[in-house]
Ligand binder design. Sequence first.
Ligand SMILES: [Zn+2]
Length: 204
Amino acid sequence: MILFGNNKGLTKSIEKGDFHCPNCDSVQSFDLKSVRRYVTLYEIPVIPREQLGEYVECLVCLDTYKPIILEPKVNLSQKEFKAEYHAAIKEVMIRMMIADGEVKNAEVKMMQTIYEKVTKNSIQADQLRRDIIQVKSSTDNLSTSLLRLQGNLNDLGKEFVIRAAFYVAMADGDFGESEQEYLGNIGNDLGMTPAHFQGVIATA
Ligand SMILES: [Zn+2]
């Protein structure tokens, strides 16, 4: 009997170089790897089948990222990244807040508290009000900023974004269906798996 199988996933290095690893928080060497399925004959991979995916591995901390992280425009410096990350947390909170109408003073105060809690930075109420006006008049959508952030954010960073949005959603004591859906979309745009997302909500 000839023993064929088709479930062998083989990893191959396709590119090496330097990138800014968000986990190491510095420039490190990476290995871009592709995973392809092979048909095996007696356990030996002989015929290449479909491409299963590509990922970038930091050769120092071994953390893995989506290949989008290698694109120059999203390979942010530490300072740029921090600014984008904090801006995204702010935008997520604001959009969550204005989704159900008018923003009250108490809500601005609460956003300040959450922002400080999540980013360990403070923000003035006046600044936040200006940001709210800007988000309201902006035609950009949140997906664009989240997709840009995705490749630069590790799991912990994504969890912070979700938590910030969740705290805002829970501020009125109720986590409604539309809020759940909105938050789910944020998780999706950040490239989180449904299981990861549910885990964050369950422990928030
Ligand atoms: Zn690293």
